[in-house]
Design a protein. Sequence first.
Length: 362
Amino acid sequence: MIFNLLAPLADEFILFNLFRYLTFRAGAACMTALFLSLLIGPSLIRWLRATQKGGQPIREDGPESHLLTKKGTPTMGGLLILIALVASTLLWADLRNHYVWVVLLVTLGYGALGFADDWLKVTKRNTKGVSGRQKLLVQGLIGLAAAIWIMWLLPAPLSTTLAVPVFKEVLVPLGIAFPLLAMLVMMGSSNAVNLTDGLDGLAIVPVMLAAGVFALIAYLVGNRVFADYLQLHFVPGTGELAVVLSALIGAGLGFLWFNAPPAKVFMGDIGSLSIGGALGAVAVATKHEIVLAIVGGLFVVETLSVVIQVFWYKRTGRRVFLMAPLHHHFEKKGWAEPTIVIRFWIIAMVLALVGLSTLKIR
C-alpha cells in the first residue's frame, strides 16, 4: 500500500525513491511486522487466555511433563503472526504483483483451517479438532487453486516442469501433473511445520531460517542479472516475495518473544498450517521445491518419524521411537526441553546453509 501510494512520487522527490528499492521495503516489512507483533501481543494473549478457559488441551498420551508445565497456556498465538504478516505485507509489498496475492491466499486459507481446528479443540476441551480427512480435503482444494494460479503466472517452460538444484539446466517435464505436485508441496510443508510445532520455540526458528533463505532465493530468481550469473531460472515478479518473507521473519521474531520458554502462548494450527503453507507456495513460485525439502529438512525428518512410527506399529505392533514426532522421542529419553529445541535449531541452521550452497554450485 505504501509502495503503491508513494512510488509515483519517486521521480519528483529523491527521498521517495527509496520506496522503489526491494531491499528497503523488505527490511521495512520485517521491522513493521516485528513492531506490530510486540505491540499487540500482550493484549492478544490476554484475550486468548480469557476466551480459552483452561488453555490448550494437552494430550493425555503425550510426555508426562507437558501435563504439568504446559497446562493452562492459551493457544492460537499464530493469529499474532498472521496479523503482523498480512498487515506488513499490505503496507510494503507491490499489491499489483500476483505472486504476493497467491501466497497470501494460501497463508490465509490454511490459517482459516487452522483457526477452525484450534477453535474446536478449545471449545470441546479435547485434542480432536477438524478430522484428518477434512483437513486434507480443504488443504488440497486451496493448494490446487494456488498451484493452477502459479502455473498461469509462470513463464514457459517453467510452468509445467520441476527444476533440479545443482544441475542448473535440468527441467523435469510434468505437464498437467505439475499442479498436483505443487499442491502436494504446499500441503506437505504445511503439515510438516504443524507436526514440528510441539515444544516452546521449536518450529518458529526453523521457519524463520527457511523464510530467510527463500527471501534471498526470491530476490535472486526475480532479478535477471543475478539469476543469469548464478545460473538460476529467471522467474520475473517473484522478487516481490522477499517482502512477504521478510514480514514473516519479523512476525516470527515477535511471536518468539512470547513463545520463548516458558511460553506465554502456543502457536496452534492457525500458525503452523499457515506459515508452512506460505513456505510451500513460495518454493513452488520460485521453482525451488526440492531446495525446500533441504532447507526444511528438520520438518521432513519430524514428518518421517511419524510416518515410520505409524507404519511399523501397524505392521508389527512395536514402536521404532519412544514417541513420535521425533522431538517427543528425545523428551522420553530424558533430554531437557531447551536442549532439544536448541539442538534442533542448530540442525535447522546447518540445513539452511546446505540449501544456500545449491545456489552457487555450478
